[in-house]
Ligand binder design. Structure first.
Ligand code: ADP
Ligand code: MG
Length: 317
C-alpha cells in the first residue's frame, strides 16, 4: 500500500506552468497571485459515498463528479475556474481505485482549465472535499439576490435526467444516456460567463429546480410562477417517466443553471449562441412559488427536492 507522499506524487502532482500559480503542490501552502482587476470566487463541496453517489460507483466518475459539482457553483457565480484543492479521506489506498479516481478528476480539470494546486490526504471514512478558486471581473459575480418582479425565470438544458439516471443506476443499469447524465455532469461554465451581464440572479441546480429556485426567491425577496407546459423535457426522460415534470422540478444532480433575466433582455438569450435555454416562468412580487398548468390551476408536484437533515427526504441516493 503506497504511503501518503507516494500517493500525492504518483497520482496528483503534475507539472504546472502558470503565471498565477507561484507555488503549487509540494510546499506547506500554495501561492497564488490574483489577476489584476478581478475578484476571486471560492467554492467548496464534499461528496460522500452512499449519500452523493451509490456504493460501487466507478472511481473515475467519483473523481469527475467531485470536481464538476464545484465547477457548477463557479459557473453559477458567472466565474471562471482557476485552481482546485483536493482533500481526500480514504479507508484504504487501493492503487487501481486511485488511478481511476485521478483519471476522472483530471479529465474534468483539463476540460475546464482547472489546475490542481494542493490538498490533503488522510486515512479515514471515505470523504472527498474539493475547493475551487475562480475569478470574475471586479464586481461582476452573479448573486442569488438580484431577481426582480417581471424578470423571466430560465433554465439551461433538460433537468430531471440525472435523477432518472440515478434510479436506473440503483436498478443496476450502467450504460444509458440518462445514467451518463448522473455519472458525468457537465458544468455550464461558458453559459455562466455569457450570462454575467444579463442574469439578475443565478444558481446551479444540485438539489432540484424548485428547491434551488426557492433559494433565489428567498434571497431576492420575491416569488415566481412556473408554467408546467413550458418545462423542457428530453425525449429520454419522456420515455422513462410517467410524470416527467416531477423529475424536471425536483430531481437533483443535474448541475444545470437556473437564472432570471429582465424582460427586455430576453432577445439577448437567443442571440447568445448558448442555445438550450428555456424560459419557464416569471418572477412575481407575491412571495410564493407557484407551479401552474395552462388553465392557471395550481399543479401539485409529488416531491420538491433534496434537503440534508430534513425528515421529508424522499429522493435519497
Ligand atoms: P503538510 O503535512 O505540510 O500539511 P501534506 O503532506 O499534507 O503537507 O501535503 C504536502 C503537499 O501535497 C501540499 O502541497 C499539499 O497541498 C499537497 N497535497 C496533499 N494531498 C493532496 C491531494 N490529495 N491532492 C493534491 N495535493 C495534495
Ligand atoms: Mg496537510
Amino acid at each position: 500500500m503506497p504511503a501518503e507522499f507516494d500517493i500525492i506524487r504518483q497520482y496528483f502532482q503534475r507539472r504546472i506552468d502558470d503565471e498565477q500559480l507561484l507555488l503549487g503542490i509540494g510546499d506547506d501552502g500554495a501561492v497564488i497571485r490574483p489577476r489584476h482587476g478581478h475578484d476571486q470566487v471560492v467554492v467548496t463541496d464534499t461528496v460522500i459515498e452512499g449519500r452523493h453517489f451509490p456504493p460501487q460507483f466507478p472511481a473515475a466518475d467519483i473523481g469527475w463528479r467531485a470536481l464538476a459539482v464545484n465547477l457548477s457553483d463557479i459557473a453559477a457565480m458567472g466565474a471562471t475556474p482557476r485552481f482546485a484543492f483536493l482533500n481526500l479521506s480514504l479507508p484504504f489506498a487501493v492503487e487501481d481505485w486511485l488511478q481511476e479516481f485521478a483519471r476522472g478528476f483530471f479529465e474534468c480539470a483539463q476540460a475546464s482549465n482547472t489546475l490542481l494546486a494542493g490538498g490533503d490526504t488522510t486515512q479515514g471514512p471515505m470523504s472527498i472535499t474539493v475547493t475551487v478558486i475562480g475569478e470574475v471581473p471586479q464586481g461582476q459575480a452573479v448573486r442569488r439576490s438580484g431577481a426582480r418582479p417581471g424578470d423571466f425565470v430560465c433554465v439551461s438544458g433538460t433537468p430531471g435526467e440525472a435523477a432518472a439516471g440515478l434510479e436506473l443506476l440503483q436498478q443496476g443499469v450502467h450504460e444509458h444516456a440518462l445514467v451518463q447524465r448522473f455519472r458525468r455532469p457537465q458544468p455550464r461554465l461558458a453559459l455562466g460567463v455569457a450570462l454575467r451581464d444579463i442574469a439578475t440572479a443565478m444558481i446551479d441546480i444540485s438539489d432540484g429546480l424548485l428547491a434551488d429556485l426557492g433559494h433565489v426567491l428567498a434571497a431576492s425577496g420575491v416569488g415566481a410562477r412556473i408554467d408546467i407546459d413550458k418545462l423542457p423535457v428530453s425525449g429520454a426522460l419522456l420515455e422513462y417517466a410517467e410524470r416527467p415534470a416531477d423529475y424536471v422540478l425536483a430531481g437533483g444532480d443535474d448541475y444545470e443553471l437556473c437564472f432570471t433575466v429582465p424582460a427586455d433582455q430576453r432577445n439577448r438569450l437567443t442571440s447568445m449562441g448558448e442555445g438550450d435555454v428555456t424560459v419557464i416562468g416569471e418572477i412575481t412580487a407575491e412571495r410564493a412559488l407557484r407551479v401552474v398548468d395552462p388553465d392557471g390551476n395550481d399543479w401539485q408536484p409529488l416531491r420538491r427536492g433534496w434537503t440534508h437533515f430534513s425528515t421529508e427526504n424522499n429522493n435519497e441516493a
